[in-house]
Design a binder for this molecule. Structure first.
Ligand SMILES: CC(C)(COP(=O)(O)OP(=O)(O)OC[C@H]1O[C@@H](n2cnc3c(N)ncnc32)[C@H](O)[C@@H]1OP(=O)(O)O)[C@@H](O)C(=O)NCCC(=O)NCCS
Length: 200
């Protein structure tokens, strides 16, 4: 079923099971996630934090976390990945986009170090692309530190064009296919698979 705030979200909100049986859910962030999101950010390894925030933030202020868990629904989407009991699990990733132009959004994401290389980043980025397409956006971009090979590899696999590194940063971008122009609900799964080149 769709999240009420996001028509079409049933096509990109997901739950799945890890190999050890742990339940994993990709869902919109909620204000009550503030404390758990703070814990996730604080626990990031220095390199992971640098890659996500392009700087050496050590922790996150309550005001900043407050903004992160209360995105403006008119121009932002923020997702989290929760493992364990719904509503009482651990947040292991956050992913977001913000509209920065009429039809363009910028994204960022991070996966907890202990949970990397398990397909979470890929699922989260696919969901960001799909949700932005659902909203009628046409272009997704990101700025990635030039030495961030995991993110550049993931982006390349999902069809992003990689620009030249400038000042240690690589601008990446890819076109989005609007679900509105791709037809109705019945075609969206096919559209999403075409968008990403990957079966969900
Ligand atoms: C980049 C990041 C989000 C990837 O998340 P993840 O859950 O580990 O990625 P996945 O397991 O979904 O891997 C998907 C693909 O990403 C690439 N990748 C991920 N980790 C990689 C690594 N350590 N080395 C090389 N490629 C890697 C691979 O192409 C991988 O596909 P494969 O497993 O078939 O080889 C994660 O490493 C991270 O949080 N990094 C720090 C924050 C960051 O860089 N954010 C981006 C700022 S915009």
């Amino acid at each position: 079923m769709d999240d009420a705030r996001w028509p079409g979200s049933r096509h990109w909100l997901q739950t799945w099971t890890a190999l050890d049986g742990t339940r994993i859910a990709l869902r919109p962030v909620r204000p009550q996630d503030a404390s758990d999101l703070g814990t996730l950010i604080s626990a990031l390894a220095p390199q992971t934090r640098r890659r996500r925030f392009h700087g050496a933030i050590n922790g996150a202020s309550a005001a900043w976390i407050g903004r992160m868990v209360d995105p403006d629904p008119h121009r932002e989407l923020a997702l989290v990945v929760e493992v364990g009991m719904p509503g009482a699990g651990q947040l292991v990733a956050e992913a977001r986009w913000a509209r920065c132009d009429t039809d363009e959004a910028e994204f960022a994401l991070v996966v907890d170090d202990a949970w990397q290389r398990q397909g979470i980043g890929r699922r989260a980025l696919i969901a960001l692309l799909a949700s932005a397409g659902e909203r009628g956006l046409r272009w997704m971009r990101g700025d990635v530190l030039a030495d961030n090979l995991p993110m550049l590899s993931l982006a390349h696999r999902l069809g992003f064009d990689l620009g030249h590194a400038d000042d240690g940063c690589t601008r990446i971008g890819r076109r989005l296919r609007s679900a509105r122009s791709a037809g109705g609900v019945a075609t969206r799964r096919t559209w999403l698979e075409r968008l990403t080149g990957l079966a969900m």
